[in-house]
Design a protein around this ligand. Sequence first.
Ligand SMILES: N[C@@H](CCC(=O)N[C@@H](CS)C(=O)NCC(=O)O)C(=O)O
Length: 305
Amino acid sequence: MPQTIIFHHYWPSPFSEKIRIIFGMKAIPWQSVEIPSMLPKPDLMPLTGGYRKTPVMQIGADIYCDTQLIIRELERRFPERPIVRRGTMAFPAAFWSDRPFFQATIPLLMGKVGHMLPEAFKADRSKMFPDRPFDYDAMKSVIPQMRDQWRAHLGFIDENLMGDFLGGAAPDVNDAHAYMNVWFLANTLKDDADALLKEYPKTAEWAARVKAIGHGSFSKLEAADALAIAKAASPAAQPHTDPHEPNGRKPGDKVAITPDDYGRDTVTGELIFSSAQEIAIRRHDPQVGEVAVHFPRAGFWVTPA
Ligand SMILES: N[C@@H](CCC(=O)N[C@@H](CS)C(=O)NCC(=O)O)C(=O)O
């Protein structure tokens, strides 16, 4: 089973930073493919079949979409340094970091720097959030309310610190979840982040400790080489019937998979296997041949294609 991690990301991406920190925590070496921060993404689409969000993990001809599933797969393939611990609500905590905490961070950032961004980026994000087009003035006007939200979310972190990290002496996945938005704001608007962190000196120290974990060892890979690796490999995903599939879906069914929040691009293919937490579909692409594209279940809609 190929284990080389190919990580499609861009450096300012907070969801990517969550995974990069996890590579550091688990000491997993990885290969870095830098992708554009907006569409078009011509070297990513042959792999994902239309999923455009960042990051995406590739292992041979298996493509893992969404940080929730990337974390699950890293934990499955690299169990030596476990970071997901029972009793810590490790996966539910992702919904807190990825949705309300993230949605409070965006206006704090974009309400300050949004006017400096290229028009093409604003148009791209408006398409990605159809219910909420990119509106700099609207985001600027809610900064005071978002500061209140951010302060409360930082307070959640502060009241859960158990020592050096959220789980005690050693870092785990909850530190990565909690750190993502702190890093996102501090990476661009350090003074704004520092002003809010002043109330929580222990959390500020914790954030510095998480940052010091780093990203593990990685090397650069060209996108064309990642596509060639997918083409030369066969998917590891094997057909398996899901005995508890509540809608009776089975291997071979044609299905469409769509995120339920934003960037609602649909990927279609033939079901390989599913479980309560994962679904994998087979696709063929002229550039990469047969690939298996894997998604989490929570947060994604599956419909007949
Ligand atoms: N639920 C997704 C969210 C990922 C996400 O929103 N990523 C942002 C970048 S940090 C994104 O996709 N932006 C648009 C893009 O990169 O095209 C995950 O957990 O991976």
